[in-house]
Write a protein of this length. Structure first.
Length: 161
C-alpha cells in the first residue's frame, strides 16, 4: 500500500466497516515502515482489497483486512492474508494475533483456515456497535509444519509462485 492508495482504501473501508479508520490513521501506519506491513490487492489496476499488520518482538498483530464488497467471495481476502502471513514470517514473526467480531463468521472461517484459533472474548471491543471481539492466535508460524500448511493453502490459491 502506498500513500496514493489510501483514498481508495478508505472509500472501501467506509463501505465495509461500521467503525472505519481515517485516512490519517492509514498514513500514520504507512509511515511506520520498520514495524508495519500494508498490502493492497488490485484488479485491473484498481485497489479492491487491503491488509495490514504490526510486527513487534516476534508477534504480528493483524490490524486490518478488507475486500471491496463487489469483490468479496473470490478469495482476494485469502490471498491478501497469505501474503501478509508470508511477509510477517519473513520479518521474524513466530506468532500472529487479531480481533474479529464474534458475528463475523466468514472472516473467522478464513482465519481458521490459516490456523488461527479463538482464545478469548473482549466484551464490547467494538465501541460503536457494542459487539464483542473474538481474540484469535496462531503460534509457531516459523515452524516447518506451519510452512507446509501455507504451501498447501498456496496450492489451493495458486499463490506463492
Ligand atoms: C472477510 C473478508 C476480508 C474475506 O475476504 P473475501 O475475499 O471476501 O473472502 P475469500 O473469498 O478469501 O473467502 C474467505 C473464505 O475462506 C474460506 N475457507 C476456509 N477454509 C477454506 C478451505 N479449506 N478451502 C477454501 N476456502 C476456505 C471460508 O470458508 C470463507 O468463505 P465462505 O464465507 O464462503 O465460507 C471480506 O469478506 C471483507 O472484507 N469483509 C468485510 C470486512 C471484514 O469483515 N474484514 C475482516 C475484519 S477482521
Amino acid at each position: 500500500m502506498r500513500r496514493g492508495d489510501v483514498a481508495t482504501v478508505i472509500a472501501i473501508e467506509r463501505d465495509i466497516f461500521p467503525e472505519p479508520w481515517s485516512a490519517a490513521l492509514y498514513l500514520a501506519e504507512l509511515a511506520g515502515r520498520a514495524t508495519r506491513r500494508y498490502l493492497v490487492a488490485r484488479a485491473g489496476g484498481e485497489v479492491v482489497g487491503y491488509a495490514g499488520c504490526m510486527l513487534i518482538v516476534g508477534e504480528g498483530h493483524i490490524t486490518t483486512l478488507g475486500v471491496d464488497s463487489a469483490w468479496q467471495g473470490r478469495r482476494i481476502g485469502a490471498r491478501l492474508l497469505w501474503r501478509l502471513v508470508d511477509e510477517a514470517r519473513a520479518a521474524g514473526a513466530t506468532a500472529l494475533t487479531l480481533e474479529v467480531r464474534v458475528l463475523n463468521t466468514t472472516a473467522q472461517r478464513l482465519y481458521q483456515w490459516f490456523g488461527f484459533a479463538p482464545v478469548g472474548i473482549r466484551r464490547g471491543y467494538y465501541a460503536q456497535t457494542g459487539e464483542d471481539g473474538l481474540i484469535m492466535w496462531v503460534h509457531d508460524v516459523d515452524s516447518a509444519l506451519y510452512g507446509a500448511r501455507l504451501e498447501e493453502i498456496a496450492r489451493e490459491l495458486g499463490e506463492g509462485g
